[in-house]
Write a protein that binds this ligand. Structure first.
Ligand code: HEM
Length: 161
């Protein structure tokens, strides 16, 4: 098993964890890549949302949900990505209910979201680290897609590269 596979497996919450939480046993995961810094994560989130606010499809969805709460959302997302990529454990939110309540989101909106994320991640992280960050986002997107759109007869799409 390569180092990378090990990271992938360790990123999976152990059986019995509450589904809505990003909860992982302390100490079992390594940072996704040694080159990743908090400054890069801050830049990723700032630059990604600058694009998302202006996107003709996603912009209105975020604007409607986050009226007056954009700074809090940005801070929360920095903490989320620090927890995912640096295993800081600083994020204690509940992504599943946050997305299940959203109105007007369609399955293909995830492709738009990931397209922007991929572009900003490739600009932000070292070439060895960016694919790991993007794959993490794709896996989380697949989980969120399943809770929002899944049924026993479908699966999340292959995310376009
Ligand atoms: C079409 C795709 C998506 C849309 C439209 C969307 C929209 C939103 C919105 C509007 C919120 C704010 C909810 C609130 O505070 O009231 C939110 C929160 C959040 N989103 Fe997404 N999202 C999408 C995909 C993703 C993906 C792929 C990820 C992760 C890779 C993600 C991670 C999060 C997290 C961590 C929160 C904070 C949840 C919390 O703890 O409150 N989202 N999203």
């Amino acid at each position: 098993m390569s180092n990378r596979d090990e990271h992938v497996n360790q990123a999976t919450p152990p059986d019995g964890e509450e589904c809505g939480e990003l909860a992982v046993r302390p100490g079992v995961r390594q940072p996704a890549h040694p080159s990743i810094t908090r400054q890069q994560i801050s830049d990723l989130v700032d630059n990604f949302y600058e694009i998302v606010w202006k996107d003709e499809r996603l912009g209105p969805i975020f604007a409607g949900e986050l009226d007056g709460r954009r700074p809090e959302h940005i801070a929360k997302m920095k903490s989320f990505w620090e927890s995912v990529l640096l295993t800081t454990g600083s994020y204690h939110g509940r992504p599943v209910p946050a997305h299940m309540k959203l109105q007007g989101v369609e399955g293909d909106d995830f492709k738009i979201w990931l397209g922007h994320f991929r572009a900003v991640a490739n600009e932000t992280f070292d070439p060895d680290a960016a694919p790991l960050v993007i794959e993490a986002a794709e896996r989380i997107a697949s989980s969120l897609w399943l809770v929002m759109f899944g049924n026993p007869f479908n699966s999340p799409p292959q995310w376009p590269r």
